[in-house]
Design a protein. Structure first.
Length: 178
């Protein structure tokens, strides 16, 4: 099977790409470093999961940021509803069941191929357990004691999430439907 695009080599290590079944689809993948190439601009769904004044973080088991901590997040599949991707990614990475709540914000950076949609989610249940492929560990951290984060934007998202939560406490009425 030939690759259906003109990118033939891994942009990370220059190894020739192969077509591999990854995440339910055939995608270009590097057999040397494992990089999966997503050709279309991607939306990433991220979740802020809170419990008892702590926020849930996952310790990454892959690059970028291997060994560092991040919010649970992942790519939205073509045809998938973003809120559904939030639920799926949290379950896959952490073993926890959540429902998507308010949108914290949309985040993009010049030169980056992803747009990140971050949600305030409601914890429904489950036991924290890493998937061991993408995630080494899953923990709740007090907001004042966050570990080294893999992505600087996660700190911005947590700041924005705290502002969102604070504004809701001050607001006398729910304005979600307005």
């Amino acid at each position: 099977m030939t690759l259906p695009f003109d990118m033939k080599f891994c942009h990370r290590c220059a190894t020739p790409l192969v077509l591999a079944h990854t995440g339910g689809h055939y995608r270009p993948r590097c057999p040397a470093c494992g990089l999966v190439v997503y050709l279309d601009p991607k939306v990433v769904a991220a979740a802020v999961v809170a419990s008892d004044g702590c926020v849930l973080l996952v310790q990454r088991n892959m690059e970028p940021g291997i060994g560092l901590w991040a919010l649970p997040a992942g790519h939205v599949d073509r045809g998938e509803v973003v809120e559904g991707a939030v639920r799926r990614e949290v379950l896959e990475e952490t073993g926890l069941h959540v429902s998507a709540g308010a949108l914290v914000g949309l985040y993009s950076e010049a030169g980056q191929q992803v747009i990140l949609a971050a949600y305030d989610v409601n914890l429904l249940g489950g036991v924290p357990k890493p998937d061991e492929v993408e995630v080494r560990d899953v923990r709740f951290f007090p907001l004042g004691e966050l570990p080294a984060l893999a992505f600087p934007r996660d700190k911005v998202i947590i700041r924005d999430w705290r502002r969102l939560r604070a504004s809701r406490r001050r607001s006398p009425a729910d304005t979600d439907g307005v």
